[in-house]
Design a protein. Sequence first.
Length: 378
Amino acid sequence: MIAAPIRLLCDLIATPSVNPAFLPEGDPRTGEHRMAEHVQSAARAAGLEVATETVSGQRSNVLVRLSPPGKIQHRILLGPHLDTVGFPNLESQLVPKIRDSRVYGRGACDTKGCVASMLSALLRVARSGPRPAHTEIQFIGFVDEENEQLGSRHHAAHHDPVDLAIVGEPTRLQVVTAHKGDVWLRLRTTGRSAHGATPHLGRNAVHRMGRVVDLLETTYRKQLSRRSHPLLGSPTINVGAIRGGTQPNIVPDACTIDVDRRTLPGESEATVRRELRDLLRRAGVQAAFEPLRLAPCDPLETDPDLVWVQRLCRAAGRRRTVGVHFFCDAAPLAKAGTPSVVFGPGDIAQAHTADEWISIASLERGTDILERFLRMLP
């Protein structure tokens, strides 16, 4: 007999919820609304309070609440996201498969496994056994984590902070109290076009950008390696794309690169821009900057000694918390005043892959840990 979390996960995998940013407009596989409906149906069947909050257009977060029998004195939020990436291998990954003690399919790891685990734990507590006397448990299925985090940013802006948010991401069931931030910038160099037969009459923007790339990948990378965070290690820089010129016989008059700078707590887009400008100025190189993000993607750092975090650590059998390199919905919630951690079954190494999977053991253990945590709340 297939356990409830596994059945739920298979149903969720078969329910397409690709972020609309990753497929053509109007593609029937995009949007989180079908996932939201599935979550609402399961929650209503267990007698839970269900609502939605419109985030953008037809995209809405789904809100599920389990109220305590006594006066509400505390609130805990379980927050996985409902959207997935699209390719690679999307069509075959929309058909869930169980083999070798794993569940395969798009979102199995990131993060429909977390949705299934968190919702299953909440449903168990709602249906039978002891429940918190004075703590309201909220399950919020966020939209758009994979692109601009519109769901978590909207929720943080329109709701009061709670005592703790547990954001669902594949952490191998480790409690994460820190993650890196993410600054995306486009750098642009300019020159003067000329005929390829007379390049001395022009100024080659690609050549200028070559100096910028070399500075970033050598001097700046070495500079960053000298900094360190106890859970996150060093910040990083990556030049992910370069574009310049039109054809071989024209000296290019413009060139751009897109860079990904992973930040540590205490760093911001402003400090990164200032560092890069100083670096280029000292080298005598000029480049213009423009942001590629509509909103900041800040690093996360939550006090591991908070009583709520320690309760989760005890439930998970963990003596210490860890850090991760990826950015997620935890940071927008934390920035708005809610202490936030990241936790969930699965391994981020399987996310976004052509054969995404999660181990059944991790899914079941994650559900048990979350149920144990919820039942021990005051």
